[in-house]
Design a binder for this molecule. Structure first.
Ligand code: SF4
Length: 326
């Protein structure tokens, strides 16, 4: 907000600045869509955020849920919202057994959410409550209440039913079926994946590459890396991984052979564990160095201080933070 305080400033910002500001937040497509939306607002709506639901929904990166949340919370319109928290509350309160991911059940939940927020607008204010405030905020309050109830009280594993404000209406509470609802079917098993990254030092500068367009974390920077598999034929040694990464076999690879580089220690610099969707990822960072100088290789050679000005993926930022600052 401090760096880009207006829609116009978001529309005009350079991609490098946007990615750096968003660094560490994940879901980088969102920031690119945010800029596309800002450009659309400047181009089609005179720089003013639209209030009409269809116009909001037409903005890049904004789906039905976000459009509903914006129109209800910001403009008090009776537009429904349905996220994971609201799905949990509605399936439990109304005792809905079917999987909320099924098309028909999902449509039924949207309809219920729509009825609730519509009813909030039509309800007279509570005795003692201010009428003007009620008219200004009833839809906003209804949708925020549903989300907060799901986030704070009606939690996935141990809902706090005894202090729940809607317990007297709740089918799951009455039938003691909180554990069964929502019925989300079987979860996909988590998959373990192993990557190695190479921290290649040449006279105090380190080699980094920018992820290409169209892949996860596009445009962000990282150390050269490759997946080496957990077992079987896909499992490779760190040296074989270096060869694979540096001989051009990889998408971002350079036309140099691994014999041009060597691993400089017997232990990794660090091992980072993180999760992306259903993948449990282990990333080992190994120090390496070029055997001969000078080297031309795809990517940039930068000092740690210069690297800190680039936007890195969260896992590779943790590797960067292990390097001595210069
Ligand atoms: S009574 Fe329990 S299960 Fe029902 S909505 Fe409240 S917290 Fe959720």
């Amino acid at each position: 907000m401090r760096e880009l305080p207006t829609i116009q400033s978001v529309a005009k910002a350079s991609p490098t600045k946007l990615h750096k500001l968003w660094e560490g937040l994940g879901y980088y497509t969102r920031v690119r869509n945010m800029q596309k939306a800002a450009k659309q607002i400047v181009g089609r709506h005179g720089g003013k955020f639209p209030q009409n639901f269809d116009d909001v929904l037409a903005l890049p990166g904004i789906g039905r849920y976000t459009a509903g949340a914006i129109c209800s919370i910001a403009f008090n319109q009776p537009t429904p919202i349905l996220d994971g928290n609201v799905i949990r509350v509605l399936t439990r309160v109304f005792g809905i057994d079917e999987n909320p991911r099924d098309k028909e059940t999902n449509a039924r939940l949207w309809k219920l959410a729509e009825d609730l927020v519509g009813r909030a607008l039509r309800c007279p204010p509570r005795r003692g409550a201010e009428t003007a405030l009620h008219l200004e905020s009833s839809c906003s309050h209804m949708n925020q209440s549903l989300m907060e109830l799901g986030a704070i009280v009606c939690t996935p594993r141990s809902p706090n039913c005894t202090s729940c404000p809607v317990k007297k209406y709740c089918v799951a509470f009455r039938q003691n079926r909180q554990d069964e609802l929502p019925n989300l079917g079987k979860r996909e098993a988590a998959t373990a994946r192993r990557f190695v990254a190479f921290v290649i030092n040449r006279n105090g500068r380190f080699l980094v590459r920018q992820r290409p367009n169209g892949v996860v974390n596009a445009h962000l920077w990282e150390f050269p890396n490759v997946e080496i598999g957990m077992k079987g034929r896909a499992r490779r040694s760190v040296r074989a991984a270096l060869k694979l990464q540096m001989n051009g076999a990889q998408r971002t690879g350079a036309p140099y052979q691994s014999k041009d580089f060597s691993i400089v220690s017997t232990r990794p610099l660090c091992v980072i564990k993180h999760s992306i969707t259903r993948y449990r990822i282990t990333l080992e960072a190994w120090r390496a160095e070029p055997k001969q100088l000078p080297f031309k290789v795809s990517g940039l050679w930068r000092t740690p201080a210069q690297l800190h000005k680039l936007a890195f993926t969260a896992a590779h930022k943790r590797i960067l933070n292990r390097l001595p600052a210069q």
